[in-house]
Design a protein around this ligand. Structure first.
Ligand SMILES: C[S@@+](CC[C@H](N)C(=O)[O-])C[C@H]1O[C@@H](n2cnc3c(N)ncnc32)[C@H](O)[C@@H]1O
Length: 330
């Protein structure tokens, strides 16, 4: 997909490239009604400096601009669509049809690149930005819908798992719009924990907690205390956002906490890039997890599945008993 196709904003430019494009203002006026150039230029987008930042909200970049009063068109629809793990076969039929029906698709560049050609070919416009800039990107989708377009905002996995469905509603509210006004809908997708669990057998069949090690929006002491509680209470634990160069310490701390409460031989499923070309899968013991933080296996496209005290490995698969064995003979 060419950069030109995917970075030109029709609601006011958000990317560096589109801001430089003199045609952008005219596009904004024709497609986004009241979404003024003023509001979108103040939002800014995910610039290259943002993409290498730690995603902290700074300055006006993450301030919401135009309100519902600035739009005079009949609003279109806004749907938050979960793509599942990555490959087109992993997408639900409902997600595919919702994307085929959307006029505009908005998303993080990596997710846009995962879309099947059939979907990108059918869209009138695709707006993508690099990592971070989640607020400006989500606002772009809201503004486009308020301006009369049917818009899909996309993300990997499911829109309700560390994703933008809630933010879209919050932004609608902050603009004095309503969810009904844009017929807001969430189209679920298969979350990473489930896609990854499928790759290592059946690790999550009992009570499970998901924890993200990203301290961008939740501070690390809170993450640590949640991890202590989950590990102490015997949940299986799905760990999202496990490692990045800036979050080495979070990963190490998480491994320490898990070791404090769990047997060192507890099986841990590590799945990098489930359903993508570079998918890699390993089952290791908890005591070996920390050293893997410095390998390509564990990064921001990896999910860790930490077994509970009953989880074992059988024939290269993780098995977490559901409890049937205590009630039935088999
Ligand atoms: C911002 S969260 C998005 C989660 C997503 N909404 C979901 O339902 O899976 C991003 C994290 O999801 C996990 N993830 C997303 N796609 C993945 C994949 N294909 N394989 C393994 N983990 C994945 C990683 O832990 C990554 O850091």
């Amino acid at each position: 997909m060419s950069t030109d196709d995917t970075t030109t904003s029709n609601c006011g430019a958000s990317t560096t490239e589109s801001k430089a494009d003199a045609s952008t203002d005219a596009d904004a006026a024709s497609k986004c009604g009241g979404a003024t150039t003023e509001s979108s230029s103040s939002r800014g987008g995910a610039t290259s400096s943002e993409s290498s930042s730690s995603c902290g909200a700074s300055g006006d970049d993450e301030n919401v601009g135009a309100t519902v009063e600035d739009f005079d068109a009949d609003p279109g629809q806004l749907i938050a669509v979960g793509l599942g793990p990555g490959q087109p076969e992993g997408m639900t039929a409902r997600a595919r049809s919702a994307l085929l029906e959307a006029d505009h698709i908005v998303g993080y560049t990596t997710y846009v690149e995962l879309l099947p050609d059939e979907v990108t070919g059918a869209a009138e416009d695709i707006y993508d930005t690099p990592m971070c800039g989640e607020v400006s990107r989500t606002e772009e989708s809201v503004d486009r819908a308020l301006a009369g377009n049917d818009v899909a905002i996309i993300g990997s996995g499911d829109p309700n798992v560390y994703a933008l469905a809630g933010l879209a509603l919050e932004i609608l509210e902050s603009k004095d719009a309503t969810a009904s006004m844009v017929d807001f809908e969430v189209v679920p997708g298969v979350p990473a924990a489930q896609s990854c669990a499928a790759r290592v057998g059946a690790p999550l069949v009992n009570d499970t907690v998901s924890i993200s090690l990203s301290d961008h929006l939740t501070d690390m002491p809170t993450i640590e205390s949640r991890l202590h509680a989950a590990a102490k209470e015997g949940f299986t634990i799905a760990i999202y956002n496990p490692w990045s160069r800036k979050r080495r310490d979070n990963y190490e701390k998480a491994c320490e906490i898990l070791m404090e409460h769990r047997d060192p031989e507890t099986p841990v499923g590590i799945v990098h890039g489930a359903g993508r070309d570079d998918e890699t899968v390993e089952i290791v013991e908890l005591q070996n997890l920390e050293e893997l933080g410095e390998t390509d296996l564990v990064d921001m496209t990896t999910t860790l599945l930490v077994g509970n005290e009953d989880t074992y490995v059988w024939d290269d698969r993780m098995v977490t008993p559901r409890g049937y064995e205590s009630k039935y003979d088999y």
